[in-house]
Design a protein around this ligand. Sequence first.
Ligand SMILES: Cc1cc2nc3c(=O)[nH]c(=O)nc-3n(C[C@H](O)[C@H](O)[C@H](O)COP(=O)(O)OP(=O)(O)OC[C@H]3O[C@@H](n4cnc5c(N)ncnc54)[C@H](O)[C@@H]3O)c2cc1C
Length: 330
Amino acid sequence: MSGGAGILTFAETKDGKLAPITRETLGAARKLADEKSWKVTSVLIGDSISPLADELISLGADKVFICQSSNLKGFLDESYRKIINEIALSENAAIILGGATFVGKSLFPGLAAKLSSGMAADITELVWDGENILATRPAYGGKVLLKVSPVGPGPQMATLRPKAFPEPSPDTGRTGEKVDFQYDESKHGSRVKILESVVEGGQEISLTEADIIVSGGRGLKEADNYKMVRELASVLGAASGASRAIVDAGWVPYSHQVGQTGKTVNPKLYIACGISGAIQHLVGMQSSKTIVAINRDPEAPIFKVATYGIVGDLFEILPKLTERVKELAK
Ligand SMILES: Cc1cc2nc3c(=O)[nH]c(=O)nc-3n(C[C@H](O)[C@H](O)[C@H](O)COP(=O)(O)OP(=O)(O)OC[C@H]3O[C@@H](n4cnc5c(N)ncnc54)[C@H](O)[C@@H]3O)c2cc1C
């Protein structure tokens, strides 16, 4: 990177705002950079996103590349990959960080291949090990924690698990450099065109960004009873999740599924209602800070990972819990 080695972060956006993972990634990058007196550069890509550059600087970026074009309205991984690749090479980035989100999971492996980089995916900790980064990556459903240094010929790369790193507080007094990066369709264009975007099974709070999640499983007995989960989620300001059993049964859309073939979540509080705790469910939620399980079977495996277990009938417990939270909120 001109003026010394540096860390590049990908600034993911959502609905015209910085995605929470962008703040978390910048916080992690700033911490690493400060230990070596390095610079942090962020790459902002999209349509009408330039006002977000100041926010990136306030959160720790020293320099922000802004690549703005109406051709970049939606996420197109081919275009994004080409743009970040070009900036990473011109800036001689030593480290590239982004989020282990749907966008990051699509973008980063291709970028790593293009840059001949080593990559650590879905990491939960990041420190220096001499001149290399050392990342912690949960594996086998969180049963082992791998320590990985993504060393290769290219920059070292990692994607950060959402909500595993703290968000930095903004400092509006910080100053930084803003650089306009010209989008060139002939160089950065994508063979894919977005014809239409559809928001699936919309819920206001996204599962991967939620601080609290209330999830339901087959113990709810029938689709209509999922409203009990939604009600508790609503009074708690939480997102509502589900086991695969009830997604497969068509009770709730796939976007609610937590687990191996659904979403990996990391909230402060996860409330599992009528979920047995199959390993495929646990791998998606067991890193939650506090887990409350409601199940009438005292031997249910979910209790092995629960911080607090309630053995009982969810049809009695859920309405009482919802009422109590409502009372406390008054
Ligand atoms: C390749 C593969 C990938 C998979 N991916 C996922 C995944 O991503 N996510 C996922 O969740 N699953 C996944 N599964 C499925 C997983 O193995 C389980 O089948 C599923 O998680 C079970 O869902 P459940 O806990 O809702 O249902 P069940 O296992 O049927 O459990 C229902 C629970 O409700 C309790 N219960 C019943 N009535 C009451 C009551 N009145 N009050 C309180 N408790 C009650 C029961 O004691 C029981 O423990 C996957 C499976 C495979 C093979």
